[in-house]
Design a protein around this ligand. Structure first.
Ligand code: CMC
Length: 428
């Protein structure tokens, strides 16, 4: 294969180098395009064909349904690893030794105290506030309480910011839920594993001892691993671009949380469950909703279906579907919503509209059913996604800083008015 791509504009030929990734993906390096062509730029709305960076963190092949973190398959990691090992792997590039794992966890625990004044901020939110908005605000507010987290000139400064946020974020997640439920805020316990502690902080009743349920701990661990990174998706690109201005880690993450909130991204898990509930309330007529999803005059989309990159199947959805069956059986939960979901999936998989457009269930289609079985309220589903995605965001932000990437600043093609004279107010 040639190592150059040639572009001809107005009879002039320009050559651009081809870059080949470790999985043999090919990219055209157009860094010099504007310079050599005298200002010609590219347009790619939604970045469907544009690579924003080179990255060593996550590989995914949408045609083959492959997802790997740092070279390890998602199937193996979900089966064998725990969430903290995966977080370490994503952020630092290698699986931790036992010693590194223990030190990492100890450092996280030592930084997990959230300033008590943050409670005052939580108190100011109405109970009706969506937890994602609250979480985004609280994460941003952490910068005010930890100003040293912004200037990260050394790897040590960066490490301190990383363990701080991994310690404090689960506290904010749990407090966001407890505040809405009118429960006193809980600090968890440093004697527990990372995921066990999250569950205790969320669910401990003030008048009862919290007893861990291994099925729930394992299921949450697996869900968090499955969500931990997904290369340059909307929220991750947001984190990288905000961080590229050298805004601090917490501010960048807060922006990422806002991006994740939308129903076309992480917010889809909440939207899926609301959709399944609506179908159930409506008598379980899945065909009616299939017809709505296909009707171009109806804004309704089948939530939890389709993906920008996966065009055959989403490997995470396969793992989650199996886990949903197991968790519901283990917990003895019979949820009619699961049957509606399976019915809808079967219909979509056999429907021309969905087959032609390569629309398959994505990670969000079955995750809500497991969250619900665990007792997590529907409006907290996207918050759980954020908790899982945290190590991925951190890893991508850290990589962007260590590679000294330039500030993110896309070009545009201006299609507005050309120069025109100003008219005074009284003459308009
Ligand atoms: N239901 C009905 N039609 C759909 C759907 C859907 N869920 N998704 C895509 N289409 C149609 C779309 O109307 C278009 O049809 P046509 O070619 O006739 O105009 C075609 O499929 C291509 O869709 P697109 O919107 O151009 O594709 P995209 O890559 O820009 O969007 C997506 C990807 C995930 C935003 C989209 O599939 C969608 O809105 N899905 C529902 C929301 C969802 O489940 N999001 C979670 C994504 S996975 C987790 C995450 O990212 O956080």
């Amino acid at each position: 294969m040639s190592d150059k791509a040639t572009l001809e504009i107005n009879g002039n030929k320009h050559e651009f180098p081809l870059i080949v990734g470790t999985e043999n993906e090919v990219a055209i390096d157009i860094k010099t395009l504007r310079g050599v062509t005298g200002g010609v730029t590219t347009i790619d709305a939604g970045y469907k064909n544009t690579g924003s960076c080179e990255s060593e963190i996550t590989f995914l092949d949408g045609e083959k349904g492959i997802l790997r973190y740092r070279g390890y398959s998602i199937e193996e990691l979900a089966e064998e690893a725990d969430f903290l090992e995966v977080a370490y792997l994503l952020i630092f590039g290698e699986l931790p030794t036992k010693e590194q794992h223990d030190k990492f966890h100890a450092d996280i625990k030592s930084k997990s105290i959230v300033d008590d004044d943050v409670r005052k901020i939580i108190d100011a939110f109405p109970k009706s506030a969506h937890p994602m908005g609250v979480l985004s605000s609280l994460t941003s507010a952490l910068t005010a309480f930890n100003p040293s987290s912004v200037n990260v000139d050394s790897e040590e400064d960066m490490y301190n910011s990383v363990v701080k946020i991994l310690g404090k974020f689960p506290v904010l997640v749990a407090w966001t839920m407890r505040k809405k439920q009118g429960l006193p805020l809980d600090y968890g316990s440093n004697t527990l594993g990372y995921v066990e502690n999250v569950l205790k902080m969320m669910f401990k009743q003030p008048n009862e001892k919290y007893v861990q349920n291994k099925i729930i701990v394992d299921a949450l661990d697996k869900l968090l691993i499955l969500h931990a990174d997904h290369e340059q998706n909307c929220s991750t690109s947001t984190v990288r671009i905000v961080g590229s201005s050298h805004a601090g880690l917490f501010a960048s993450l807060s922006a990422g949380i806002s991006a994740l909130w939308g129903p076309l991204h992480g917010g889809a898990n909440q939207a899926v469950l609301e959709m399944l509930e609506a179908i159930k309330e409506d008598g379980g007529d899945t065909k009616k909703y299939m017809a709505k999803a296909k009707d171009k005059n109806d804004p309704f989309r089948l939530m939890g279906f389709g993906h920008r990159v996966y065009k055959n199947f989403d490997p995470r959805a396969r793992i989650i579907k199996k886990a949903a069956d197991e968790v519901l059986a283990d917990l003895g939960v019979e949820d009619p919503i699961l049957e509606i979901a399976k019915g809808l999936e079967q219909e979509a998989l056999n429907d021309d509209y969905f087959v032609k457009r390569k629309l398959y269930p994505n990670v969000d289609f079955y995750s809500g059913i497991i969250y619900r079985a665990m007792g997590i309220p529907t409006d907290m589903f996207t918050v759980m996604f954020a908790l899982g995605r945290l190590p991925g965001w951190i890893a991508q932000w850290r990589e962007m800083r260590l590679r000294k990437e330039p500030i993110g600043r896309p070009r545009q093609l201006y299609v507005g008015e050309t120069l025109r004279p100003f008219k005074k107010l009284e003459k308009r």
